[in-house]
Structures are given as structure tokens and as C-alpha cells.
Design a protein around this ligand. Structure first.
Ligand SMILES: *Cc1c(COP(=O)(O)O)cnc(C)c1O
Length: 471
């Protein structure tokens, strides 16, 4: 539909060329880590009407370039340390651009044979990394960790219990599980009263003794325990639940184990990750985000199930208008493996990234993040009145300033003041989280271009701000 552009009598290819050149050449480091629009700007877009007759494309693109896309939190800034940042590779967005321009409909194999063959080959490759038998396992690329968890939990539910008996089923997780797990359990039909929040130990991992005790107790009470949702790399602290122990308990009592590795599973590319993720091969399903640590743009994630038949029996419904397009065992249509019908081939950008960078470079980039967290720990140990609250796990560290003259509540406020000051300055994003009812600063240091100087500069500024806080 070239008429979209032709009618505007402008050189669209020049605009695209200039924009791509700008994006490829800009130094993220020189831009603020976050830029907040004024109330005036927000109001402008809230009230901007759609014209009866169209306007010049370059005027609209100018708005995109100068305002709409500029005033945001930059998830791929090397000093964005909050949430789980999104240090996306340029290879990922370039592939995204092309995939989107070609408008690939990747719901079934016949419509997009090569992109889907590539997605399946990647699922097999990632299955091998986990230690699943790639001839039995299966999965699909989805929009994010939340969707992956919903996809897996629903398949696990169907594998464990008929829907008609779900009211007696119980599910086990911890309060460090990501809120997307609770959301998925709700959508999958579990009431709050069927969820068992198992306490965590001093490093915020699931207390397996308490888990076993609770399962036995529930069985004695006439409940039907069906699923444990372990977290392999919690968002708060990077804590990894003990999968060897948890899967042993699960085998004994016949429970499904889902591992939420949205953030943590990518560490399996490193030696440290392999050691910490021991037992991952024994779980039934995993959530794995590629738009966090595998350097993909939003959005790109995987759900992988040890036995793909569990996905097929939950999602493999047949539609008569798709009869002409059948799938083979090797090239199963993605629409039979998950919730979505129309979908882009999200795996393609990950494939291009892996092909161009290679596995060793991916490993080095992830190791760099682990190293940055350890470096931050060393530096904080030398800072007066600052304390490490959780030592680096994967690439997350939590720490806190404690002025002995102030109450814990006052120090909480000081933490929040420092976090908001550094965000305002645009230098870095380092928000707080809550651990043991106290506010702590949390760093997730996964950007491959974060430097020692970036860590030093951020810590120095935080230290300045805690001293100027008038709490
Ligand atoms: C980020 C995250 C999620 C949610 O993933 P989305 O891709 O944001 O939907 C789930 N679990 C964990 C542990 C996470 O870190």
C-alpha cells in the first residue's frame, strides 16, 4: 500500500534512512536515562484530535522523533539499573523493523515456513541448554514472561486435574514470586484460597522444608496439591529456588513444577548460571524472557514445556477454516502451542542476534552483568553507613544507607529521596524496592556496556543525595 506514502509526495525512504542512521549512531550514554514530559506535553497528546484530512508525514514523524519516543524511561541505557532493564541489541530492532515491514503472519507453518522452522530450531536449542530432551520438548515464542507463565500454568493445570475438580487443587509459590504468577493463576481459575505462599529463607529462596510440610498438611486436609511455581532468579534479589530439592518433593507427591526464569534463565549461558540453576532439567515447564537478558527488543519471550503434548492438548484445538493448512510433528503450528493465533515470528530477531554475535559473545555479555554486580558490592562495602542487604545473586544487588542518627523509617525516606533525585538528574535509574519491610536501593546490572565508572558515578551521586536529604 504504497499509496499511504505516495499521496503525501514525500521521500519516505529518506526519512527512514535518516532515522535509522540516527538510531545506529547515537550514544545512549550521552542521553538521560529517563526523560519526563511536562504536564503540558501530556495534555497536548491526550487532547490531540484525529484530523478529517491527513497531514504531512514529516510533521507527524517529527512529533514521534522529538517528543513521543524521546520522553520515556530508557530501558536500554547503560545506567538504567531498575526493574529488569532491556538492553536490546541493535540487531534485534533492525530485524523487528524488517519483520514488521513484511507483516509476517506466523500462526501456522504454511504461511511462514522458514521463520517458524527457525523458531522451532531455537526452541530445540534452548531446550538443550535447559537439559530437556529436545525431541519431546516444545514451546512457543510469546509476548513476555507473563504470557509464558499463563501458557505453561494452564497446560500444567490441564495435565494434572480435570477442570471440574479444580476447586480442591492447591498451588505452591513464595511471596517473592513475580506478580504475573498470581495473575496467571487467577486467570487459570485458581481462587486466592487455593494458593499457598511458602516462606522464604534468609536469601529469599523458597524454604523447602516448609514446602514439604505444607503439601503433607494439605493432603491430610483433603486438598489435591498439583503445582509448584519456583522462581529461578527473583526480580527483587535474583534468588533461585532449590530446584533439585523442589523437583524431588514434586516427584514424590506428583506435582507439576513450573520454573519462572523470566530474568534468571538466560544466565544458563554462563558457568555460574549453570551451577546456580542445577535441577532446571527436572522441571516440567519454564518461562524465559529474551527481552531482558538475551538482548531483544520488546517483546520476546519463550515458554518451553518438557513434553510438548501438554501444550498441544490444551491449545491444539482445530478450526475448520484452517483445515487446508496442516502441520507436521516437526513443524507444529505455533497457534496449536499457545494462546495466540495471529502473531509475529518473535523468534526471528533472537535468531539473527545469536547468528551474528555467537554464543560466546552472549555469554561474555551476561558475565559482564554478573561482574558489575560484584563490583558494586565491593565499592559499597567501602562506603560509610551503607550496608549490603542482599549480596549479588546473578546480576542483582540490594543495599541501603543507614544513618545511625535516624530511625529505620526515616532512613526509608532517605532511600526514596536519593532514588528520585538521581532519576530527576537523568544520570541513572536506581529505584528502591522493599525487603524485610525496609526500603533498599536495588541495582540490576545487566547492560553489557555498563562501565566501572558508571557504577562509581551512580554510587557517588546516591551518597551525595542521602546526605542532602532533609528527613
Ligand atoms: C520480568 C519478570 C516477569 C514478567 O515478565 P514480562 O516479560 O514483563 O511479562 C515474570 N517473572 C519474573 C521473575 C520477572 O523478572
Amino acid at each position: 500500500m504504497n499509496i499511504d506514502i505516495k499521496n503525501k509526495q514525500i521521500q519516505f525512504n529518506h526519512l527512514i534512512h535518516d532515522e535509522v542512521a540516527y538510531l545506529l549512531n547515537r550514544e545512549m550514554k550521552d542521553l538521560p536515562a529517563t526523560l519526563q514530559p511536562t504536564a503540558h506535553m501530556i495534555a497536548k497528546y491526550q487532547h490531540m484530535s484525529i484530523p478529517k484530512e491527513g497531514q504531512a508525514v514529516n510533521e507527524v514523524l517529527d512529533l514521534l522523533h522529538n517528543e513521543i519516543l524521546a520522553y520515556n524511561y530508557r530501558a536500554n541505557h547503560p545506567r538504567a539499573f531498575s526493574f529488569i532493564p532491556g538492553p536490546a541489541s541493535q540487531l534485534s530492532w533492525l530485524t523487528d523493523l524488517l519483520t514488521s515491514a513484511h507483516n509476517i503472519h506466523a500462526s501456522n507453518f504454511a504461511n511462514a515456513p522458514l521463520p517458524i522452522a527457525i523458531e522451532h530450531s531455537l526452541i530445540r536449542y534452548l531446550s538443550e541448554k535447559i537439559g530437556f530432551d529436545p525431541t519431546l520438548s516444545g514451546g512457543v515464542f510469546v509476548s513476555g514472561g507473563s504470557m509464558a507463565t499463563l501458557t505453561a500454568i494452564t497446560a500444567g493445570r490441564d495435565a494434572m486435574i480435570p477442570l471440574s475438580r479444580i476447586s480442591k487443587a492447591t498451588v505452591y509459590l513464595t511471596d517473592q514470586a513475580h506478580f504475573s504468577v498470581t495473575k496467571a493463576l487467577h486467570i487459570a481459575g485458581f481462587a486466592e484460597s487455593q494458593l499457598r505462599y511458602i516462606p522464604t529463607d534468609d536469601v529469599f529462596a523458597m524454604d523447602v522444608k516448609a514446602l514439604e510440610h505444607q503439601i503433607r498438611f494439605d493432603i491430610a486436609q483433603g486438598y489435591h496439591p498439583i503445582m509448584i511455581v519456583a522462581t529461578t532468579g527473583t526480580t527483587n534479589t535474583g534468588a533461585i529456588d532449590d530446584l533439585n530439592h523442589i523437583t524431588r518433593i514434586a516427584q514424590q507427591h506428583r506435582l507439576w513444577v513450573h520454573a519462572d526464569g523470566a530474568y534468571g534463565l538466560s544466565h544458563i549461558f554462563t558457568e555460574e548460571g549453570k551451577r546456580l540453576l542445577k535441577g532446571i532439567d527436572k522441571v516440567d515447564s519454564v518461562t524465559w524472557d529474551a527481552h531482558k537478558l538475551l538482548f531483544q527488543t520488546y517483546s520476546c519471550a519463550m515458554v518451553i514445556v518438557k513434553n510438548k503434548n501438554h501444550l498441544l492438548s490444551t491449545y491444539g484445538v482445530e478450526a475448520e477454516y484452517l483445515d487446508d493448512i496442516t502441520s507436521t510433528n516437526e513443524n507444529i503450528d505455533p497457534e496449536k502451542l499457545g494462546i495466540e493465533l495471529t502473531r509475529p515470528p518473535r523468534g526471528l530477531k533472537l535468531w539473527v542476534t545469536l547468528q551474528v554475535l555467537g554464543e560466546n559473545e552472549i555469554r561474555r555479555r551476561i558475565e559482564h552483568g554478573q561482574e558489575m554486580a560484584r563490583y558494586a558490592e565491593q565499592q559499597i562495602q567501602h562506603m560509610r553507613d551503607w550496608k549490603i542487604v542482599t549480596a549479588p545473586q546473578l546480576s542483582i544487588i540490594n543495599f541501603r544507607y543507614e544513618d545511625p542518627q535516624k530511625s529505620p523509617e526515616e532512613n526509608d525516606k532517605v532511600m526514596q529521596y536519593a532514588a528520585s533525585r538521581i532519576a530527576q538528574s537523568g544520570y541513572a535509574i536506581a529505584y528502591t524496592t522493599e525487603l524485610n519491610q525496609r526500603r533498599v536501593i536495588r541495582f540490576c546490572t545487566i547492560h553489557p556496556e555498563t562501565t566501572y565508572a558508571d557504577i562509581d558515578g551512580t554510587l557517588e551521586r546516591l551518597d551525595t543525595y542521602v546526605h542532602e536529604a532533609s528527613v
